[in-house]
Design a protein around this ligand. Structure first.
Ligand code: XIL
Length: 404
């Protein structure tokens, strides 16, 4: 009998040796992962939106203008060659955290290999800086120009990056023909509907998110007196989201605003508008917080987080869509300014990481030389993560740390 027992034990031991280590572990213990395995990506947050009150909204429909759809052809554009060995990058860390990270971009810099390489190394999403604005993409009533937009999407897709498309309705960078046009309200509705359906339809299936309505409010929280408010009335906002969803059901639809990051009259207005749209069943997926801030007086991390959380509680994603931190008006030595700037970036990314609905972080420009702030303000500035020699600044390392 003793021999029989010994034999049984030997057979059992032999069986164990054949099996993966974790299969014989007690049920309650987690499997043992190989040492080099990456930690599992966190379970993504999914929005739960309220059931709309009453009948879902519906607006006059239109046919898009006849344009060729965009198609991605890998033979048209080669991916940039990235060094194999590079250590942690913003892109890698963001991907481990289930975050989208990137910068705005434009074809004017695609000839610069420093620019294209760093963008592709550090980003898994790029925002379209100017190429899809009305004056560029729809310069005349009966003419669309998709050249720059297509080139930007080509660059993104060739390098495995997503596209944050910008922008369908905004009061700036609109063409003359639009601003000088004399039309009835119904005709304006048709013009806006066709523009949205044509442009969104052209890129259908290739866009991660669309900024549908940009900067609709004044700082006081009243609706901004825009062309579209004057010719259609406040319903232009709901209409734009409605047609955008019809034209591309997959793209996230975003209401984008500036100076509405913390808690103030403007962010209250954004919140109320978003809440009202969702109650009416208007398709809205995210609020974009542009985050163009100054070294002095950026929103506090607590206010930023509280604002993000209340939007999350509405069932919306929150995206940081255009961050830059102006150093001008600060009179400290540059090294001190850059250290303070790094802190503002760190606080913002950390707040974003604490709020599960915050899934996108984009800076408006990659380097301090290719950047809109200096030309817009006429004053030298150093607002983003890389310096004029394409070197990472303290702000870059702060974002990197905040992602770890
Ligand atoms: C800016 C571009 O970066 C500039 O190149 C252009 O001359 C003006 O517009 N908020 C927005 C962006 O939503 O579209 C703006 O982009 C910056 C402010």
């Amino acid at each position: 009998m003793r021999w029989l027992c010994l034999l049984a034990l030997l057979v059992l031991a032999a069986c164990q040796a054949q099996l993966p280590a974790f299969s014989l572990a007690p049920q309650s213990e987690p499997p043992v992962l190989p040492a080099e395995a990456a930690p599992p990506a966190p379970t993504p947050w999914r929005p739960v939106q309220p059931t709309p009150l009453g009948e879902p909204v519906s607006f006059p429909d239109c046919q898009p203008d006849p344009v060729e759809p965009y198609r991605f052809d890998p033979a048209r554009v080669a991916p940039v060659a990235l060094p194999q060995d590079s250590g942690p990058t913003l892109r890698r860390l963001a991907e481990q955290n289930g975050l989208m990270i990137g910068t705005s971009t434009a074809p004017s810099v695609f000839q610069n290999p420093n620019y294209t390489t760093i963008t592709a190394r550090e980003s898994n999403i790029v925002a379209v800086e100017n190429a899809m604005k009305w004056e560029v993409i729809h310069p005349q009533a009966n003419r669309y120009d998709f050249k720059d937009g297509d080139a930007t999407v080509d660059y993104a897709l060739a390098n495995g990056m997503q596209v944050y498309a910008h922008v369908l309705v905004w009061d700036l960078q609109q063409p003359e023909w639009l601003l000088k046009g004399q039309h009835t309200r119904d005709e304006w509705i048709g013009i806006l509907c066709r523009h949205i359906k044509t442009v969104v339809g052209h890129y259908k299936g290739h866009i991660y998110a669309w900024d549908v309505v940009n900067e609709p409010f004044q700082n006081s929280g009243e609706l901004r007196d825009t062309h579209w408010l004057r010719v259609i009335g406040p319903e232009y906002i709901a209409m734009a989201f409605y047609w955008a969803r019809q034209a591309d059901p997959e793209a996230l639809l975003v209401l984008n605003e500036h100076f509405a990051e913390g808690l103030n009259e403007k962010s209250d207005a954004v919140y109320s508008l978003a809440q009202g749209l969702l109650r009416r069943g208007v398709p809205l997926d995210a609020v974009g917080l542009q985050m163009h801030v100054w070294l002095y007086g950026p929103p506090t991390a607590a206010d930023l987080e509280a604002n993000m959380r209340r939007l999350m509680d509405l069932g919306l994603y929150v995206h940081i869509t255009e961050m830059d931190v102006r150093t001008q008006l600060s009179h400290d030595p540059l090294s001190k300014e850059l250290a303070e700037q790094a802190e503002v970036y760190r606080q913002t990314v950390s707040a974003c990481r604490r709020v599960p609905a915050c899934t996108v972080f984009i800076t408006w420009g990659l380097t301090d030389s290719y950047n809109w702030i200096s030309s817009y303000t006429g004053v030298e500035d150093y607002p983003v993560l890389f310096d004029r020699d394409f070197q990472p600044k303290p702000a870059y390392f702060a974002v990197l740390e905040a992602l770890k």
